[in-house]
Design a protein around this ligand. Structure first.
Ligand SMILES: Cc1cc2nc3c(=O)[nH]c(=O)nc-3n(C[C@H](O)[C@H](O)[C@H](O)COP(=O)(O)O)c2cc1C
Length: 237
């Protein structure tokens, strides 16, 4: 489904829409906004990436999880026993979001930097979503996934690494940008003054779209590697 939002007098918007009509892909990206702020810096950074995806005919949806009450993983192991693609904690919308991520072709994670890491709510959500995914045969395996972090000054890189750890563990395919995916700003919207950060997000969006198209193109002709049964070792004799 394509979003149509333009004024006839704006020829640039019109040509953008025409471009989208020319290149629909039926592919979708789910973006997770881990900031408590609905339209803070994380949101603006995500939007830059998603705009590039939209230019390539890939639709998207931002799910704002950062202002919700989400408890962390209880380590109960029920998701591994039940194998119903769900977390047993049902007082929040985490299971609905997991289902949306499963349906999507790509997943984009965005978090503000809190104490040189990701926001607490984002961690609570990702721990549960990716544990459920892993316990159910790898629900996100071989999807394209990317991460971005919004930061005032320092700690962007460790936060970016934390986000990437989820994608890597899930055997997802990660596109790169021309630098690490961190954008700088303090008050909401300030990241739009970080010209280099904006370029990083733009390049990421284009590379993500390209990788998604390559993966999609290879479906049915290039066989993906079979998943190996995970070997656990806890180093205790
Ligand atoms: C609890 C908390 C912790 C923070 N920790 C850091 C930090 O470690 N390093 C930093 O540079 N900025 C830190 N910040 C600032 C935010 O990362 C920064 O304002 C970011 O742009 C917020 O993104 P948002 O508008 O999407 O929420 C912190 C902010 C809060 C509220």
């Amino acid at each position: 489904m394509l979003t149509i939002e333009f004024s006839i007098s704006n020829s640039k918007s019109l040509s953008l829409i025409c471009l989208q009509f020319l290149k629909p892909t039926n592919m979708k990206v789910i973006a997770i906004n881990g900031s408590p702020k609905a339209e803070g810096n994380t949101f603006h950074a995500l939007k830059i990436v998603l705009e590039e995806l939209g230019n390539e005919g890939i639709t998207s949806e931002i799910i704002h999880i950062g202002n919700k009450n989400i408890r962390g993983c209880l380590a109960c192991g029920k998701c591994a026993r039940n194998k119903d693609e769900k977390c047993i904690q049902t007082k929040d919308d985490v299971n609905d979001w997991i289902a949306k991520m499963k349906e999507a072709d790509g997943i984009l994670l965005g978090s503000p930097v809190y104490y040189a890491s990701i926001s607490g709510t984002m961690k609570a959500f990702l721990d549960r979503a990716f544990y459920v995914s892993g316990a159910n045969g790898g629900m996100f395996r071989h999807k394209v996934g990317a991460s971005i972090a919004a930061v005032r000054r320092s700690g962007g890189l460790p936060a970016f690494n934390v986000l990437n750890n989820y994608l890597l563990y899930a055997e997802m395919l990660i596109p790169a940008s021309n630098y690490w995916n961190v954008i700088h700003g303090a008050r909401p919207g300030e990241v739009l003054q970080d010209e280099e950060g904006i370029q990083i997000m733009r390049v990421l969006g284009r590379n993500m779209a390209w990788l998604m198209k390559l993966v999609n193109h290879g479906k049915g002709s290039i066989t993906p590697p079979v998943a190996e049964r995970k070997q656990y070792m806890n180093f205790i004799r």
